[in-house]
Design a protein around this ligand. Structure first.
Ligand code: HEM
Length: 143
């Protein structure tokens, strides 16, 4: 029996090349934009390892090969980020880079918005510190 081609976000993005383009742009923006300097500063000087790992993670998360899992085990991203001070501001800086990376690398507007929203949820889940202006706690969401 022949298999029908599966339409995953990964394939809609153009597979490996598409996911590479997004991650490359994402870290180039993190390196360049003055508005995300605090985010840049919690990263190592050399961003190539982080870029490669985000590529591997997104590959599987988008429905392509589970590269991160194969090479580094279960992602457990929240746990892997615990040593980093991630508050609302850090989340927003991360999503700022992702917004621009998706805007420049994903041509289909519907797919772009779906990816943005899904990634926002992942980034929000990564928060592990209360914000200076929301001292009531890390899980307090604005109404
Ligand atoms: C959707 C949200 C996010 C995703 C999918 C993501 C993904 C990843 C992945 C896959 C890694 C590699 C993990 C490893 O080394 O084992 C990583 C590392 C890292 N992430 Fe994130 N991350 C997210 C949000 C954030 C946020 C909000 C920050 C803000 C501080 C952040 C900062 C870092 C840093 C500093 C590293 C380590 C880089 C290195 O040492 O090479 N991440 N992230």
């Amino acid at each position: 029996m022949t298999r029908l081609p599966v339409r995953t976000p990964y394939s809609l993005l153009g597979g490996e090349d598409g996911v590479r383009r997004i991650t490359r742009r994402f870290y180039a923006l993190m390196d360049e934009l003055p508005s995300v300097r605090p985010l840049r500063e919690v990263h190592p000087d050399d961003l190539s390892d982080a870029e490669q790992k985000l590529f591997e993670f997104l590959s599987g998360w988008l429905g392509g090969p589970q590269l991160f899992m194969e090479r580094h085990g279960h992602p457990r991203l929240r746990m892997r980020h615990m040593r980093l001070p991630i508050d609302e501001s850090m989340r927003d800086q991360w999503m700022h880079c992702m917004r621009h990376a998706l805007d420049s690398e994903v041509s289909d507007p519907e797919l772009r918005e779906q990816l943005y929203e899904a990634l926002w949820n992942v980034a929000d889940h990564m928060r592990n510190r209360a914000s200076a202006h929301h001292p009531q706690g890390e899980y307090a969401h604005p109404a």
